[in-house]
Design a protein around this ligand. Structure first.
Ligand code: PEP
Ligand code: MG
Length: 755
C-alpha cells in the first residue's frame, strides 16, 4: 500500500494551522496556495471558486499574474478548469496545451506551464470550485500527489462552506453554495412558512481530518464496517423482512456496498494518505456521489441514495454521532427536510418549533402528511433534490399553496412573502371570527362541521376551530408514536382524557387502523406485496381479538356514564360488523359482571372505504347507527390508485363523475335507510370539494381543524338547493364532456362563493 510521503502530510498539518489562524479570508487563501505550491514543488497553485452564475472565478494564485485574481473567469465546462468542475473529476496532464479543452487566458500568463494537475473542490458530491497546480517542466504528477491535492481540496471546501469567502466576493455576486434555488414540488398542505432548514437526517460534519497513525485508523474503519455489516445482516435475517419487496432490496444493496472490496480499499488508501477514518469515508463518499449524480438512469440514481445512506451510517458509527436534529438547538422556525418520513418521526419534533415540512417523496394522503396537516404546518412533497441542495441552517421559504420551495431566497422575495404571510394571517383572523357563527347555508341548512384528530395536541383545536365535535379520532396514532404496545390502562386513560377535553362535544373513536402505510414498529407483521390490500385494520383486529378486545374494553371504560361513539375501519363485509359486535357484547357483559359502569348510550358505526360495501349498503345500514365515508381509501380502491403514490393518485379527479356518483349512491342509501351519514377523508377539507359534497346531499363532514374556517366561509355563502339542481343534472347527463370541477368552479364564481 502506498504511503503518503512526509511532504503532503506536513502540508495538511500546515493547512490545518492556517485554517485556525485569525486571518482575513483573502490572506488565508493566499497563504494556502503559497503553502501548497511550495510543498508540492509547483510553480503555480490556484483556487477557482464556482459562483452562482455558473462562472469559475480565480480567487487566489501563487505563480500566475496576481492581477488576474478576481478577474480571470471560466464558465462551467469551459477550459480545463471548467471541465474539471463539470465532470467533478481530476485532470492530470503533462502537456496541458495539447488537451482539446485547454483555453489560454492571456491575463494569467500561464502559457509557459506545461504540466497541469487540477482537482474538483467537492462537498457532499457538489462541486464548489477547482484547485490547480502547474509546473513549467513536462511531468505527470504521481498518484499520491493527486491524492494529496484532492485531500487539500477538502480543507478548502470546508472554508467555502463556512461562508468565509462571502467577504471577498464582489458585491452583487454570490457563490454557488449559497445560490438562491427554487424547487418546484407539489403542495400537500397549504400555508406559507419562513424559517431555517433542519435536515431530518443531518449530515455528519467531519472536523477531524488528519490522522496521527494510519494503522490505527484502518483498524477503526474495519471495526466500524464490521458492526455495520452485522447490523445489516441482523435487519435482513429478521423474520418480518420477506423474501421480496422494496425494503429487502434496499437492504441487499446495503449489504452489497458494505462488502464491496473496492469501496473499502479506496477508503484504506485515503487513510494511508493521512486522513482519519471518518474523513476517508467522507472523501470517498463525496467522490462517488459526484460521479453518480451525473448518471441519468433512475435505478442507479436510486442506488446512489442507498450508497449515501450507508456511508452516512458508517460516518455515524465512526463519530458516535447519533443525534437527530430535534434535540437542543432546534431553531424555533424549523422547516424539516427529509427524503421520506414516518408520521411518528414528525411527532417527535416539538410542534411550536415547526414551520414546514419538505419531502422528496410522499403523497398528499400519506400518513405523515395527514399528521402535518393536523398540526397545521405547510407541506411540499415531491421536492426533487431538496435534501442534497439544502444545508442545515439555510434560510428557506416553503410555499404550500404553490408547491414551491425557495432555498436561500433573495431579500426581495423574502419581503414579498412576508407580505403574503400578513395577508394570510388577516384571512385566518377572518376565519377565527367565524368560529362562533352557526354553520348554516344561505338557504338555511345546518351543516355539521367536525374535525379529525388523533393526538392530545389536537384537542385544543376543538374549541379554537369551533368544530361541532370530532368526526374521526384516529386511535392508531397513539400506537404509532409509542415504543411498546399501549396497555389497557394507558389506552383507557388516553380516551378518558380525550373525552374530558372534548367537554361534551361528541367524539367518534375509530377502532385501530394499523397495517398498510400505518406502521407500528413493535407489532411484527409480515412484509406484504400489496400492504394497502393486505392484512390491516379490521382484518387484523379480528385475527388478533385480544388486541381488539383490549381496545373495546378501554373505550367502554373511558365512556362510563357518557356516550360512546365508535366506528370500524376498512369494513368489507357486513359479517365483520357482526363479529365485532359479538366481541363488544362480551366486553359489556364482562364489565357489568365486575360492577363497572357502562356508557349511557352506544353509537356503533362503520367506515365506508372498500367498494364492495357499495353492493351491501342496505344490509350495512340496517346494522349500524351511522356510516362515515373514508374518501381517502374509497377513492384509492375505486380508482385502483395508490393514495401514497403521487404519480397515480393525482391522475384521477375526486370531483370527477365516477367518484361523485359513488358518493351520491351512498347518500341516497342513507336517506332510504334513515342512517346518519358523514364523510371524514381529506376531501371534506377543501372548500370546493366540500361544496360538491353538500351539493350531492352530505350534511355532516369531518376535516383537519385548519379547514373548518375556510369550509364554513364557503357554506355560509352557498345556496345548497341551487347547487344541487345543477350538480344532479350534470351527474345524470351521460353526454356532457364538461368536467364537474369546471361546473363547480363556475358556480362558485357566479355566486360569489368563497372557495
Ligand atoms: C380515509 O381513508 O379517508 C380515512 C379517513 O382514513 P385514513 O385516512 O386514516 O385511512
Ligand atoms: Mg382509511
Amino acid at each position: 500500500m502506498r504511503d503518503l510521503s512526509a511532504g503532503p502530510r506536513v502540508l495538511l498539518r500546515r493547512l490545518r494551522e492556517l485554517m485556525a489562524e485569525p486571518l482575513d479570508p483573502q490572506e488565508r487563501l493566499d497563504r494556502i496556495v503559497r503553502q501548497i505550491a511550495s510543498n508540492m514543488v509547483a510553480e503555480v497553485c490556484s483556487v477557482y471558486v464556482l459562483r452562482s452564475d455558473g462562472v469559475l472565478e480565480l480567487y487566489a494564485t501563487e505563480g500566475l499574474n496576481p492581477e488576474a485574481v478576481h478577474l480571470s473567469q471560466l464558465k462551467m465546462g469551459q477550459g480545463l478548469v471548467g471541465t474539471i468542475a463539470a465532470s467533478a473529476q481530476s485532470l492530470n496532464l503533462s502537456d496541458a496545451q495539447a488537451h482539446p479543452a485547454f483555453r489560454y487566458l492571456p491575463e494569467t500568463g500561464e502559457e509557459i506551464y506545461h504540466s497541469f494537475l487540477g482537482v474538483p473542490i467537492l462537498r457532499a458530491g457538489r462541486t464548489l470550485g477547482v484547485l490547480v497546480v502547474q509546473n513549467k517542466a513536462s511531468r505527470t504528477y504521481r498518484e499520491d500527489e493527486v491524492e494529496a491535492l484532492e485531500t487539500t481540496a477538502m480543507v478548502i471546501a470546508e472554508m467555502i462552506a463556512t461562508g468565509e469567502l462571502k467577504k471577498i466576493t464582489k458585491p452583487g455576486l454570490e457563490l454557488d453554495l449559497t445560490r438562491a434555488i427554487t424547487i418546484a414540488g407539489d403542495g400537500y398542505n397549504e400555508g406559507i412558512g419562513l424559517g431555517h432548514v433542519v435536515l431530518h437526517e443531518p449530515r455528519v460534519v467531519v472536523t477531524n481530518l488528519l490522522n496521527e497513525d494510519a494503522e490505527s485508523e484502518v483498524r477503526r474503519l474495519a471495526e466500524a464496517l464490521g458492526s455495520l455489516r452485522i447490523s445489516i445482516d441482523d435487519m435482513l435475517s429478521r423474520r418480518d423482512v420477506a423474501t421480496e419487496g422494496e425494503h429487502r432490496e434496499v437492504l441487499e444493496t446495503f449489504r452489497m456496498f458494505a462488502h464491496d472490496q473496492g469501496w473499502v480499499r479506496r477508503m484504506e488508501e485515503v487513510i494511508h494518505n493521512g486522513l482519519t477514518a471518518e474523513a476517508a469515508v467522507e472523501k470517498v463518499q463525496s467522490d462517488t456521489k459526484a460521479r453518480m449524480m451525473r448518471l441519468t438512469d433512475p435505478y442507479l440514481r436510486e442506488r446512489m441514495h442507498d450508497f449515501d445512506d450507508l456511508a452516512n451510517r458508517l460516518l455515524r458509527q465512526l463519530t458516535g454521532y447519533s443525534g437527530r436534529a430535534m434535540g437542543e438547538g432546534l431553531p424555533t422556525d424549523a422547516i424539516i427536510f427529509a427524503r421520506a418520513m414516518g408520521a411518528a418521526e414528525l411527532l417527535d419534533y416539538p410542534r411550536d418549533h415547526l414551520r414546514g415540512l419538505v419531502l422528496e417523496d410522499g403523497a398528499v394522503t400519506s400518513h405523515v402528511v395527514i399528521v402535518a396537516r393536523a398540526m397545521g404546518i405547510p407541506v411540499v412533497g415531491q421536492a426533487a433534490g431538496a435534501v442534497a441542495l439544502a444545508e442545515n441552517g439555510d434560510t428557506v421559504i416553503i410555499d404550500g399553496d404553490d408547491g414551491q420551495l425557495h432555498l436561500r431566497p433573495m431579500a426581495d422575495l423574502v419581503k414579498a412573502y412576508e407580505e403574503k404571510v400578513r395577508l394570510r394571517a388577516r384571512r385566518q383572523e377572518q376565519f377565527r371570527a367565524l368560529r362562533d357563527v352557526e354553520p348554516l347555508t344561505k338557504d338555511g341548512k345546518r351543516i355539521s362541521l367536525m374535525m379529525n384528530a388523533g393526538l392530545m395536541v389536537d384537542l385544543p383545536q376543538l374549541a379554537e376551530s369551533g368544530a361541532d365535535g370530532i368526526g374521526l379520532f384516529r386511535t392508531e396514532l397513539q400506537f404509532m408514536i409509542a415504543s411498546t404496545m399501549p396497555k389497557l390502562e394507558e389506552q383507557e386513560a388516553f380516551y378518558r382524557n380525550v373525552i374530558r377535553q372534548a367537554a361534551g362535544r361528541p367524539v367518534t373513536f375509530r377502532a385501530l387502523d394499523i397495517g398498510g402505510d400505518k406502521v407500528v414498529s413493535y407489532f411484527r407483521n409480515h412484509e406484504e406485496e400489496n400492504p394497502a390490500l393486505g392484512w390491516r385494520a379490521i382484518r387484523l383486529s379480528l385475527d388478533r381479538p385480544g388486541l381488539l378486545r383490549t381496545q373495546l374494553r378501554a373505550l367502554l371504560r373511558a365512556s362510563a356514564d357518557s356516550e360512546l361513539k365508535m366506528m370500524l375501519p376498512m369494513v368489507t363485509e357486513v359479517a365483520e360488523i357482526h363479529a365485532v359486535r359479538e366481541l363488544l357484547q362480551k366486553e359489556v357483559q364482562h364489565l357489568s359482571k365486575f360492577g363497572h359502569s357502562l356508557p349511557r348510550r352506544l353509537q356503533f358505526g362503520a367506515m365506508l372505504e372498500v367498494p364492495a360495501l357499495m353492493w351491501q349498503l342496505d344490509e350495512l345500514m340496517a346494522e349500524v347507527d351511522f356510516v362515515s365515508v373514508g374518501s381517502n381509501d374509497l377513492f384509492q380502491f375505486s380508482m385502483a390508485a395508490d393514495r401514497g403514490n403521487a404519480r397515480v393518485s393525482d391522475r384521477f379527479d375526486m370531483l370527477g363523475k365516477p367518484f361523485l356518483r359513488i358518493l351520491r349512491d351512498i347518500v341516497r342509501a342513507a336517506e332510504r335507510n334513515q342512517t346518519a351519514l358523514t364523510l371524514c377523508g381529506e376531501m371534506a377539507g377543501k372548500p370546493l370539494s366540500a361544496m360538491a359534497l353538500l351539493g350531492i346531499g352530505f350534511r355532516a363532514v369531518s376535516m383537519a381543524p385548519t379547514s373548518i374556517g375556510p369550509v364554513k366561509a364557503m357554506l355560509l355563502s352557498l345556496n345548497v338547493d341551487e347547487l344541487a339542481q345543477e350538480l344532479h343534472a350534470a351527474l345524470d347527463d351521460k353526454r356532457s364532456q364538461e368536467p364537474i370541477r369546471t361546473l363547480l368552479t363556475r358556480f362558485a364564481e357566479e355566486h360569489g362563493i368563497a372557495v
